[in-house]
Design a protein around this ligand. Structure first.
Ligand code: UD1
Ligand code: MG
Length: 476
């Protein structure tokens, strides 16, 4: 079963009321258009074309693995196909099937795309269109059936009469066409309708009238949810969340409250992982067996090993090996690698650094551009001063070093193996292995100071009392 796919993404998306193009809006952390491209590719589409127009400069970086066709003026979904005629004619010479998808219907499944193509090809139909029964059909084109249940045409919401509007059988905006027949019917499209646009959906009536067979497959309503405005974006997010969380729970992931967990489409989770409320996992994140994540945690594009504990933390583009402990309230930024059994504790920020096996950064520290060996203890309040306002510099802390609390490590600097740094030091030079290094002014002690202070206070009070008495007597 061979087919190619064309994704329509050129429209202005006016109903989003946005400065951003509709296809770049995100659903669970992934742009709408990527959901559709990925579904087409997973379904086995040979080639994927995207039709871009309005604000296409925002969309192009997201569709580099597709062939882009530009629709300069958005004159309707039928017109979007017309502008790809040259590319399509080339494909049609091989008698191909073409799946057409809307970029604003992200929840379509790859199995459904395959079913559309299979049905069109096995029935030898001109087109197989995807329909769904909508609880609230407003805005969708309605599929009009004949007496024996055959598809007659699709009427757009704005052009439908009262009776047609009452129908809940909607066009989901996904089709598989016999490509030569699609190209033939494009020439017949006009724009005398409520929107003054060339509707792709008008081709069904032409094909039926030409004696061609037009068939329909049914989709679940959740799969066909179109996104034209922000309410529908929120609705589609909810549907995707339910779908994804259900799959993970059935695959052995515990969720205390699945309505308060948001997992992106490309995240991978092992079984016996527990996800606590207000947790968002997105991008290419993977979570290893037995880890407990959340509550109040956001992890993007990160690899989390087995048996990790991540509590109230934010992690972006980092890697945690097995048994790493993180938070509460740690912030791990891109390029952080936490090795086996290491720890990034409370109010700890780490960027572009390696924390070695079993090393601990338990409290209130910032490590940037640092390489920390194994079994290192970083005391509370340690800071790598890695930036001089112009360039960034590296800090190297070798195995078994002990960094006292409130240490400033002014990079570039190396702390040797097994060295100890006394609390409160500002380290600007290399610390030799095995040494104790202190950098602070010597402590000064004044013995019996409190008693001296009290004596002095008392004598001051007595002097002022005597002076007050003197002045009262004068008045007498
Ligand atoms: C469309 C269908 C409707 C269907 C619904 C399903 C038409 C005429 N109507 O309506 O029957 O029920 O989808 O969600 O097709 N686009 C272009 N170029 C254009 C216009 C639109 O590429 O000139 C793209 C848009 O970017 C969008 C898609 O086509 O991704 C659909 O356009 P949209 O305006 O959202 O159509 P709907 O009103 O949702
Ligand atoms: Mg739409």
């Amino acid at each position: 079963m061979a087919f190619s796919t064309l994704i329509l993404a050129a429209g202005a998306g006016t109903r989003m009321v946005s400065n951003r193009a509709k296809p770049v809006h995100e659903l669970l952390g992934k742009p709408l258009i990527r959901w559709v491209i990925d579904a087409a590719q997973t379904a086995g589409s040979e080639r994927v074309f995207t039709v871009l127009g309005y604000q296409r400069e925002q969309v192009i970086p997201l569709v580099e693995d597709t062939t882009v066709v530009v629709q300069e003026e958005c004159l309707g979904t039928g017109h979007a196909i017309m502008v790809t005629r040259v590319e399509l004619e080339h494909l049609a010479s091989k008698g191909a099937s073409l799946v057409v998808l809307n970029a604003d219907t992200p929840l379509i499944l790859s199995d459904t795309i395959r079913m559309l193509a299979e049905t069109q090809q096995s029935t030898g139909s001109a087109v197989c269109l995807l329909a769904h029964n909508a609880q609230n059909p407003a805005g969708y084109g309605r599929v009009i059936l004949g007496e024996s249940g055959q598809v007659l045409r699709v009427v757009e919401d704005k052009d439908a009469n009262e009776e047609e509007k009452r129908s809940c059988l909607c066009n989901s905006g996904a089709y598989c066409f016999d490509l030569p027949l699609l190209l033939e019917s494009l020439g017949k499209l006009g724009n005398s309708n409520a929107k003054g646009e060339y509707y792709l959906t008008d081709v069904f009536e032409y094909l039926v009238k030409a004696g061609e067979s037009v068939v329909a497959c049914m989709a679940e309503e959740s799969e066909a949810q179109g996104i034209n405005d922000r309410r529908q974006l929120a609705l589609a997010t909810k549907l995707a969340q339910e779908r994804i969380n259900t799959e993970w729970m059935l695959a052995g992931v515990t969720m205390l409250d699945p309505s308060a967990v948001w997992i992106g489409a490309d995240v991978k989770i092992d079984n016996d992982v527990e996800i606590l409320p207000q947790t968002m996992l997105s991008g290419s994140t993977t979570i290893g067996h037995g880890s407990v994540i959340g509550p109040n945690t956001r992890i993007t594009d990160s690899i989390i090993g087995r048996d990790c504990r991540i509590d109230e933390s934010i992690l972006i583009s980092c890697e945690l090996e097995d048994g790493v402990n993180c938070g509460p309230r740690a912030y791990l930024r891109p390029g952080t690698l936490m090795k086996l059994g290491s720890k990034a504790g409370t109010h700890v920020e780490i960027k572009n650094s390696v924390i070695g096996i079993g090393s601990k950064v338990p409290h209130l520290s910032y490590l940037g551009d640092a390489t920390v060996g194994s079994d290192v203890n970083i005391g509370a309040g340690t800071i790598t001063c890695n930036f001089d306002g112009d360039k960034k510099y590296k800090t190297i802390i070798e195995n078994g070093a002990f960094i006292g609390s409130d240490t400033m490590l002014v990079a570039p600097v190396v702390v040797g193996e097994g060295a100890t740094i006394g609390a409160g030091s500002t380290i600007t030079k290399e610390v030799p292995a095995g040494s104790l290094t202190l950098e602070r002014s010597e402590q000064k002690t004044i013995k019996d100071w409190a008693a001296k202070r009290d004596r002095s206070n008392r004598s001051q009070k007595n002097t002022s009392k005597t002076e007050a008495e003197k002045s009262t007597k004068k008045q007498e």
